[in-house]
Design a protein around this ligand. Structure first.
Ligand code: PRP
Ligand code: URA
Length: 207
């Protein structure tokens, strides 16, 4: 299976264009990121396993399918919250866990400051949500945390990825499925994705 899935859907790409635009105001940025979350989740959930069930329609019994496992959505604070907003309305029964990570501005190392996850993660199909895969330090640390708590059925949903971050995850988590809307050129000296969209946390919530 391919590891990195770049979702080249016209509606998603149109939203990404607005998200990249420096003139997009904060309210609009939040709405667009939620829409992108919906569209990315649609693709990232395509291979979820299902089980056969039978339901009674107003006319007769029908064979139907249900998702085989409960869904766990895990946004990386803060920026992952924007993607979460677009996914919860279509999977309102999902459980939500939280991982708080802050990149140290000098070393670019991800420092953990919060974690709240359900028990027994092996039961879930887990979606880690973080719009930016830059050095890969944050996503790598979050994936390690989830795996150490038993998560096995796991994928990363991001919006923009840097080649450096993809290389990082290939080494630290070979075979991990990554869903994104774009793979950009590179990182700059401050660890920002170029051309990217700037600081995804600041653009949603202010500095
Ligand atoms: C941003 C972003 C990712 C991380 C990506 O978070 O939301 O979590 O940087 O960078 P990396 O791949 O090099 O680790 P940040 O640390 O700025 O925190 P914030 O979302 O609270 O602003
Ligand atoms: N985090 C962001 O929010 N943006 C980047 O470009 C890199 C890391």
């Amino acid at each position: 299976m391919r590891e990195v899935h770049v979702i080249d859907h016209p509606v998603l790409q149109d939203k990404l264009a607005d998200l990249r635009d420096r003139h997009t105001p904060v309210g609009e940025f939040r709405r667009l990121l939620a829409d992108a979350g919906t569209l990315l989740f649609h693709e990232a959930s395509r291979t979820l396993t299902t089980r056969q069930v039978s339901v009674q329609t107003p006319l007769k019994r029908a064979r139907a399918k249900r998702m085989a496992k409960p869904i766990l959505l895990v946004p990386v604070l803060r920026a992952g919250l924007g993607l979460l907003q677009g996914i919860l309305p279509i999977i309102p029964t999902a459980q939500v866990g939280f991982i708080g990570l802050q990149r140290n501005e000098l070393t670019l190392e991800a420092e953990a400051y919060y974690g709240k996850l359900p028990r027994r993660l092996a039961r879930y199909a887990v979606f880690l949500l973080d719009p930016m895969l830059a050095t890969g330090g944050s996503s790598g640390a979050a994936l390690r945390q989830l795996q150490s708590r038993g998560a096995r059925d796991l994928r990363l949903v991001c919006l923009v990825a840097a080649p450096e971050g993809i290389r990082h995850l290939r080494k630290s988590h070979p075979g991990m499925p990554v869903f994104c809307a774009a793979v950009d050129d590179r990182l700059d000296e401050q660890g920002y994705i170029v051309p990217g969209l700037g600081d995804a946390g600041d653009r949603q919530f202010g500095a």
